[in-house]
Design a protein around this ligand. Sequence first.
Ligand code: PAF
Length: 279
Amino acid sequence: MKLVTTKSELDKVINTEHSELSVGLVPTMGNLHLGHLSLVKTSLSKTQRTIVTIFVNPKQFGENEDFGKYPRTLEQDLKKLNALPQSENILVFAPQSEREIYPEGFSTTIEVSGLDHALCGLHRPGHFKGVTTVVYQLFKLTNAHLAFFGQKDYQQFRVIEKMVQDLSLPINLSMEPIVREKSGLALSSRNQYMSPAQKEEASLIFKTLSQLKESFLENPDKAMASRERLLFAEPRWQYLEILDAHSLKEVSEQTSKVLVAGAFTMGDTRLIDNILFRI
Ligand code: PAF
């Protein structure tokens, strides 16, 4: 495994070692857990080199969000990557200065409209343009052919997919399944903000989404009514939705894939999760 921290070091490796190879990209904000490592393993199995980027992107955090306390654990992250089979094919790009991604005077924003009217788009204004701006930069800086993202951030994936399509970016995307704890809780770097009791309680998120899925398959109208009841009975749900997975709008006769998604606040920790299924 190799580590670079500057754009010029990254360029050098890309130009000297990657020119003839297929390159996978796993963009992360670090504090790697088994979900990230599973993306890296998949990339290693499908491409000849994998670039893992580790950068806590300030542009995607709102003013009152957790940018300041987001866990930065580079040393442990490197150890975890180094312990993977085929780690010799990993290049880590972990810029130590924001300027490596956003040079002095950087004033461009990439914004995809049309998919941010729901879910996190409604509740985290400006979040997705921070994501698309950084991901565009990472695609460009790494010259990767294939990028891997987790389904946990389903709306993020869809927004990035639309950016790639609209701007004809020369990269393919792959969305990989959510990795969960035994309790069903989706793995997230933010899980560590919770106490053991809160983590246990947080397993209700996946349980609720699973119940809504089962109920929808039996009787969509009943599922919609229980969604509403659950949302109003528990103020810690920031949202709890059953939507057409393609349009992120209401389920209709045309819907072929359904997204059941929720955002839940456990103390100060905001957790998201979802289930996707065909009908
Ligand atoms: O999903 C994440 O960890 C981030 O949003 C990403 C894609 C690395 C961009 O900062």
